[in-house]
Ligand binder design. Structure first.
Ligand code: HEM
Length: 168
């Protein structure tokens, strides 16, 4: 008799646990965010170079610190013939840090920048680019090391204003 009761209790516990598990799975399904249907892109230098404002109906992209921004809405700055057109279609981190349009500085390279330039770079990155323009991807260099191995310091979640714009 006691044995039967024990088996019954075990069975009940098993059923209850099963129900809980089912409810948890359902909850998870319900609250899981919809998958992004437009994944951010990985840009090689050649791909990024296509978005330099040359073509009237093409979007204009500019990378800073390996983050590719769609700056099309700032066409008066970045479009063909505009004052900052030299910055687009590439990663212009160094030029933005030093506030120069010298072609030698229009590169991702940051070695030798002063503390002040690095601070200015971060300010422009946060207060101009991240604040104003949608992120459309990352440069291959930001995600992969020169030897093709993944960069462990890549953290897309440090982009709080992460939005994706139509294009793809
Ligand atoms: C004579 C020198 C310059 C003057 C008078 C000047 C003036 C300006 C002005 C008035 C704005 C703000 C426009 C607005 O928000 O409506 C601006 C934005 C900006 N300037 Fe300059 N600028 C100069 C040189 C440079 C140089 C050499 C660089 C090189 C990187 C540069 C990079 C930028 C950037 C990145 C922005 C932000 C554009 C945006 O909002 O997308 N500027 N500049």
């Amino acid at each position: 008799m006691a044995e039967g009761f024990g088996v019954g209790l075990a069975l009940l516990t098993w059923i209850l646990l099963g129900c809980q598990e089912e409810a948890r799975a359902e909850q998870e399904l319900r609250f899981k965010p919809a998958p992004r249907d437009r994944p951010v892109r990985l840009f090689t230098e050649a791909e990024l170079a296509r978005y330099d404002g040359r073509e009237e109906d093409q979007p204009i992209y500019l990378a800073v610190k390996g983050v590719v921004f769609d700056v099309t809405s700032g066409k008066e700055f970045y479009g063909k013939g505009a004052p900052y057109n030299a910055l687009v279609g590439k990663d212009s981190t160094r030029g933005i840090a030093k506030m120069t349009l010298d072609p030698a500085d229009l590169t991702h390279e940051t070695t030798g920048l002063t503390e002040e330039e690095l601070k200015s770079l971060d300010e422009t990155f946060n207060n101009v680019y991240k604040a104003k323009y949608p992120i459309v991807g990352y440069t291959a260099r930001r995600i992969l090391n020169e030897d093709g191995s993944p960069n462990p310091n890549f953290k897309p979640e440090d982009q709080p204003h992460f939005t994706i714009k139509d294009e793809f």
